[in-house]
Ligand binder design. Structure first.
Ligand SMILES: [Fe+2]
Length: 203
């Protein structure tokens, strides 16, 4: 059985940028429903004994497992998203990621402009990511539940751009939500920890 992991902070911890009401719905309803649906779908299925990442990899692209894939990937994405944010986060990158962003993307302002542009222009539901691949960092977006690790990249950070992530607080103003994420919420320690893990894995 898959479980709804606890949030890494209180539901009110990201206020005023993300309200406790949004967190209550987003975590307590949307995220929880992905866990409940996956457990229901995998009842009596040997896939239920695999790590979540393996369920995702062994379901992607298979029409018969599309719903399993959607719910499994959305569980993973939301766990990653909660950890991509922290109270008093945001602003300039730190640590090793700072140097990589300067080398491959540009200044903090360049990074924020590019990330906001990608997240805002992404049409429909999906995710904006900072990823590490081929010894470089870059910004990508994915549709619906898709995750960059499916194609070999290492996710460092993500921002949920499904409407359910911001509609209660920002209505249709996705750019304002993404700006708040960049200025006040991004957890650079988490991104650096993800970078460190992949560097150790390849060394
Ligand atoms: Fe979401």
């Amino acid at each position: 059985m898959f479980t709804l992991k606890p949030l890494p902070y209180a539901e009110s911890a990201l206020e005023p940028h993300i309200s406790a009401e949004t967190m209550s719905y987003h975590y307590g309803k949307h995220h929880k429903s992905y866990v409940d649906k996956l457990n229901s779908l995998l009842k009596d299925d040997p896939l239920a004994d695999l790590p979540l990442e393996d369920v995702i990899q062994q379901s992607k692209g298979l029409a018969a497992r599309q719903t399993i894939y959607n719910n499994a990937a959305q569980i993973w994405n939301h766990d990653f998203f909660w950890n991509s944010m922290a109270p008093d986060g945001g602003g300039a990158p730190t640590g090793d990621i700072k140097a990589l962003i300067e080398e491959h993307i540009g200044s903090t302002e360049d990074f924020q402009t590019a990330f906001k542009d990608a997240a805002t222009k992404h049409f429909g539901s999906g995710w904006a990511w900072l990823i590490f691949a081929d010894d470089a960092v870059s910004i990508v977006t994915t549709h619906d539940a898709e995750i960059p690790f499916e194609n070999g990249a290492t996710p460092l950070l993500c921002c949920d751009v499904w409407e359910h992530a911001y509609y209660l607080d920002y209505q249709n103003r996705r750019p304002d939500f993404v700006t708040a994420y960049l200025d006040h919420l991004v957890n650079w320690d988490f991104a650096n920890a993800n970078l460190e893990t992949v560097k150790q894995a390849v060394s």
